[in-house]
Design a protein around this ligand. Structure first.
Ligand code: NAD
Ligand code: TYD
Length: 355
């Protein structure tokens, strides 16, 4: 048996592929365009492993997808491929529209054509799992209950709007063409192989480099954090037992204000890798101009996936964040490689010396 994973060289996708091949012998076809966010270095431990077949390519390339599907006859497709960074979507939304909306549409078209010619047994087994975000629901008031699957879509950034559009297309392909789809909407992930443009890896990276730790606005915005391996186990569970056409919210009940997250990271770094000058890492915290349209709070109600599918996260925020800091300390060469070249150039243009 085989599965096709898109975006499997990115943060969550590479963790998923690595975990998948520990849990099962099922072959993985990994289609990834290798944008700045995709790094084959994440998958170096699979070199020479015949169960992993990497293809560099775009989810918007219908012909390539049709060829891969026909050749490998996967029993499932898991779609991680996306532009994923809110700040980038604010500075340049075009790529988000192309990959997240048009790309998902082309993927759906290719899967629809493939699914249409499957035999009955293969049809019954086949699934397309679309990986999405809680950001499609918009911003929550401080005292509002966490997002359930029936919360209305109110995306506020070009990123979340493009993900919302892709979710709607996936939903429409189920209702219109009976495509066997599943959608997961997950909260903020953190863990190994997280590109250091997002809050947690950026803060670890900058702290160790003696650079400012940029806090947008007052730092009291709330995110709900989930260790990436727990997101991967949720996706495996939904693929295994989810009801077709349903959406599942995935989260770890870990709401934290950004400033608290940054203080926690500083405290762990003080313990594991103290500053040479004897100062504390929190001295590097710097308040910067807020993100335009910054969502104040996200929070996931994960009751449905817990109750219906029996999924639970293995890590608490405290255990997961400590593992994450240790991973970055142990993998400084990875950080140096992915933050060189084009990435630095882009960051320099957007933020000058702030980052
Ligand atoms: P990422 O940016 O780290 O990785 C995205 C991957 O997709 C990269 O390997 C990139 O090369 C690839 N890619 C981009 N455009 C492509 C294209 N046109 N064709 C093929 N491949 C392409 O993102 P991530 O954080 O790993 O997120 C993966 C998915 O999970 C995304 O769909 C994202 O919306 C969703 N998600 C992310 C989070 C989070 O906290 N990071 C939370 C919930 C949901
Ligand atoms: P981020 O990791 O970009 O994820 P998202 O925007 O998808 O939630 O940001 C997490 C939170 O941290 C968000 O409220 C923005 C904030 N943030 C900062 O305060 N400083 C930073 O340098 C970054 C990248 C994010």
């Amino acid at each position: 048996m085989t599965i096709l994973v898109t975006g499997g060289a990115g943060f969550i996708g590479s963790n998923f592929v690595l975990d998948w091949l520990v849990q099962s012998d099922e072959k993985v076809i990994n289609l990834d365009a290798l944008t700045y966010a995709g790094n084959l270095e994440n998958l170096v431990s699979l070199d020479g492993d015949a169960r992993h077949f990497f293809v560099k390519g775009d989810i918007g390339d219908f012909d390539l997808l049709a060829k891969l599907l026909a050749e490998h006859q996967p029993r499932a497709v898991v779609n991680f491929a996306a532009e994923s960074h809110v700040d980038r979507s604010i500075h340049g939304p075009e790529d988000f529209i192309q990959t997240n909306i048009v790309g998902t549409f082309r993927l759906l078209e290719a899967v629809r054509a493939f699914y249409g010619q499957l035999e009955e047994t293969a049809k019954n087994e086949f699934r397309l799992l679309h990986v999405s975000t809680d950001e499609v629901y918009g911003s929550l008031a401080a005292d509002a209950p966490a997002f359930t699957e029936t919360h209305q879509y109110e995306p506020n950034s070009p990123y979340s709007a493009s993900k919302a559009a892709s979710d709607h297309l996936v939903r429409a392909y189920h209702h219109t063409y009976s495509l066997p789809v599943l959608t997961t909407n997950c909260s903020n992930n953190y863990g190994p192989y997280h590109f250091p443009e997002k809050l947690i890896p950026l803060v670890i990276h900058n702290a160790l480099a003696g650079k400012p730790l940029p806090i947008y606005g007052d730092g009291q915005q709330i995110r709900d954090w989930l260790y990436v391996k727990d997101h991967c186990s949720a996706i495996r569970r939904v693929l295994e037992a989810g009801c077709l056409g349903e959406t599942y919210n995935v989260g770890g009940w870990n709401e934290k204000p950004n400033l608290e997250v940054v203080h926690t990271l500083c405290a762990i770094l003080d313990e594991l890798s103290p500053r040479a000058d004897g100062q504390l890492y929190k001295e590097q915290i710097t308040y910067v101009t807020d993100r335009p349209g910054h969502d104040r709070r996200y929070a996931i109600d994960a009751t449905k996936i817990e109750r219906e599918l029996g999924w639970k996260p293995a890590e608490t925020f405290e255990t997961g964040i400590r593992k994450t800091v240790q991973w970055y300390l142990d993998n400084q060469a990875w950080v140096a490689n992915v933050t060189s070249g084009a990435y630095r150039e882009w960051l320099g243009k957007q933020y000058g010396e702030t980052k």
